[in-house]
Ligand binder design. Structure first.
Ligand SMILES: Cc1cc2nc3c(=O)[nH]c(=O)nc-3n(C[C@H](O)[C@H](O)[C@H](O)COP(=O)(O)OP(=O)(O)OC[C@H]3O[C@@H](n4cnc5c(N)ncnc54)[C@H](O)[C@@H]3O)c2cc1C
Length: 636
């Protein structure tokens, strides 16, 4: 008889989505079991492009530096088209910078999915509450909905089995055989939550009877595309730029990789050079590429991967099921063309949205009541997936647009692909204290808006003038941050306002002290507070002293003394320039404001520095001021 044991979460699928979700739990004692039918991490191919928001997520998991060091930044995009004089061949039409001004940093870098998975996996391995089983998959899931909520039980029953593998000769990849549903059950797992991160053919989605809505075809780039990763030997001058090549004989999207390789995407039906035979060979793909790139030459050096794919543009009817006991994340619940480089990014961002919510519920920091935090996952991420499909259709059409239209449209598209335009609707986690209609035009224009991601900006530490970026300060610990934009605190009245706010933030009875103050006086206890308080002022740093601030802004611990890393200035750095935070976020330095930033870096609320009730109301809304008793995990 198969062994039975309990875990809090079963994650099905250890691709980008599953690994990102598991990373939310790496410093907790929440038991997470990650299973994947494949024998190990993705060896090659698939996604490459990492958007800056996703890099911020890696920073928050503590793996940003490794990933940045291995990645290749994209700086320029070249557009090539047919010769205007009617002659044969292609000519360069324009080169545009790959930049989104608002980001203040690189928009995109490239690193292959296998390396991204590698770093996320390594980050998990030393944490004993997380277990990863490859060559393992589920054969059945049962959800006892009568036990759903309140949350100290294990209503899910999942059977797991081992998988045998076959070598796929054509590409050297491995595919899983069907799991043996009868004789091969290895374990029976009781769990509180199950999350399907199991890709486009999601097993869990089928078990939950959730349908995918939308088209099965990638309408502009054709029903299928070919993709090749290889070292080119060529006289094409833009081989190290991202290039869109449009010739009478077809279309190529060419992307430089982090070694001397390039990736070529060649849609099958975009021209006559590449017909659509089922038995397409690498040589035929190469021949088609040569025809499109003529008069430039192309020979293949080492070829590391080539494949064919067909993509539907579809979104799941639901992202969760069974009273928020089961969730779907990433490709399991939305698919689209890979050409805008959104699949891996969106999958990781879905997981990032869900992970902190599950963490807070499982730690007993918020109640498991229906109508609460976990429902915001579907409410927030499904519209993003729907927008992505709409965007994807338009984006693909862009490549058949005229060169003159291209850069305007492309710049617009870049805002979307960076995630700058995502804004979650009001909920318990995104609050507009004065109602949606009360948002004035200037607040809507500003980027410090509830529901949008807090823009990453450069500040300097008050204590030593060292520059840093605010998102790197926001590690994925499950903590909210109250960021007090205190204004020009060289003005005594503005400093006094921040001090009154500090008293409220530290008060355990009528304020937020239960959330902001440590239960103990060591640095370790301070690192576990559910709400961290940070300050960004815009005064002359030399007229401000850290020790003038209320202790909630510079807490004391018995082992390490003062915390110097919570008060920042919007000021010139000795080496890195000025972040101009107040200017970029359109903040009034004579007034300031206070933002609640959720654990995933999105703004939950923006209130006036004096609006104590607005702040308290936010945490009451999320449920953090009601949930007194942490859920105790049953360790049996
Ligand atoms: C050619 C190509 C190029 C691409 N380029 C980009 C790009 O540049 N940028 C970008 O963002 N995206 C790109 N994508 C898309 C990207 O690869 C996917 O969107 C991304 O991998 C989705 O991540 P995921 O974790 O949701 O799913 P997957 O990566 O599909 O992972 C699912 C995991 O679940 C496992 N699994 C499946 N079924 C089971 C089961 N029953 N039990 C247990 N485990 C199971 C699988 O083995 C797999 O490991 C590209 C895709 C392709 C095909």
């Amino acid at each position: 008889m198969a062994a039975t044991r309990k875990v809090e979460i079963v994650i099905i699928g250890a691709g980008p989505a599953g690994l990102a979700l598991a990373n939310w739990f790496r410093d907790s004692d929440i038991r997470v079991l990650l299973v994947d039918t494949k024998p190990g991490p993705t060896p090659r191919g698939k996604a490459e492009g990492i958007k800056s928001t996703t890099n911020e997520i890696f920073d928050s998991f503590g793996i940003g530096p490794q990933i940045t060091a291995e990645s290749w930044r994209l700086e320029e995009i070249a557009l090539w088209g047919p010769r205007k004089d009617g002659g044969d061949g292609i000519v360069r039409e324009q080169v545009i910078p790959d930049r989104a001004e608002e980001l203040g940093k690189a928009r995109e870098s490239l690193l292959q999915q296998s390396r991204v998975e590698h770093h996320m996996l390594q980050n998990l391995l030393s944490h004993s509450s997380l277990e990863i089983k490859y060559s393992t998959g589920p054969t059945s899931v049962q959800i006892d909905e009568s036990h759903s909520h309140p949350g100290n039980d294990y209503p899910l029953s999942i059977n797991l089995a081992r998988v045998k593998h076959d070598e796929n000769q054509a590409n050297g990849t491995q595919t899983a055989n069907d799991l043996n549903e009868d004789g091969n059950i290895e374990e029976q797992i009781r769990a509180k939550y199950v999350v399907g991160c199991d890709g486009a053919h999601s097993w869990l989605r089928k078990q939950l009877d959730i349908s995918l809505e939308g088209d099965l075809t990638d309408s502009v780039f054709g029903k299928s595309s070919r993709v090749v990763d290889m070292i080119p030997k060529t006289n094409f001058p833009d081989v190290r730029r991202v290039c869109y090549l449009r010739a009478a004989s077809g279309t190529i999207l060419m992307v430089p990789r982090n070694n001397k390789e390039i990736r070529l995407y060649i849609p099958v039906e975009s021209g006559s050079a590449l017909p659509d035979p089922k038995d397409l060979t690498f040589d035929r793909i190469l021949a088609a590429a040569r025809q499109i790139m003529a008069p430039y030459t192309l020979e293949a050096g080492a070829v590391s991967w080539w494949s064919a794919y067909r993509v539907g543009q579809r979104v799941g009817s639901h992202f969760s099921s069974a009273n928020e006991r089961a969730f779907l994340v990433g490709d399991a619940v939305h698919t689209h063309s890979p050409k805008a480089g959104q699949g891996m990014n969106t999958s990781i961002q879905d997981a990032y949205n869900l992970g902190w919510k599950l963490r807070l519920v499982l730690q007993g920091r918020v109640p498991v009541a229906p109508g609460a935090l976990l429902q915001t996952y579907e409410a927030e991420r499904r519209p993003v997936a729907q927008d992505l499909i709409t965007f994807d259709r338009g984006y693909l059409k862009l490549f058949s647009a005229s060169s003159a239209q291209f850069d305007t449209e492309f710049l617009r598209a870049m805002k979307f692909t960076t995630g700058l335009s995502i804004r979650y609707l009001p909920s318990c986690a995104v609050q507009l204290p004065r109602g949606v209609d009360a948002l004035g035009p200037s607040l809507l224009k500003a980027d410090l808006v509830p529901g949008k991601r807090l823009q990453d900006f450069q500040v300097v530490y008050q204590a030593d003038g060292v520059s840093t970026r605010i998102q790197t300060r926001m590690q994925a610990t499950g903590a909210f941050r109250v960021v007090v934009f205190a204004g020009d605190v060289a003005n005594a009245e503005l400093l006094a306002r921040s001090q009154r706010l500090g008293e409220f933030l530290a008060d355990p009875v009528s304020g937020l002290g239960r959330l902001t103050m440590a239960r103990g006086d060591t640095s370790a206890t301070w690192q576990q507070v559910p709400v961290e308080v940070l300050v960004v002022h815009c005064a002359d740093r030399n007229r401000v002293s850290l020790l003038d601030w209320h202790e909630v802004y510079r807490p004391w611990s018995s082992d390490e003394g003062y915390d110097y890393w919570r008060v920042f200035a919007d000021a010139e750095s000795t080496h890195d320039g000025h972040g101009r935070v107040y200017e970029r976020l359109e903040l009034d330095g004579k007034k300031g404001c206070c933002a609640v930033v959720r654990p995933d870096g999105y703004v939950g609320a923006v209130v006036d520095v004096d609006d104590f009730q607005g702040l308290r109301g936010y945490f009451e809304g999320v449920g953090m001021l009601q949930a007194e008793n942490p859920v105790v995990n049953d360790k049996s």
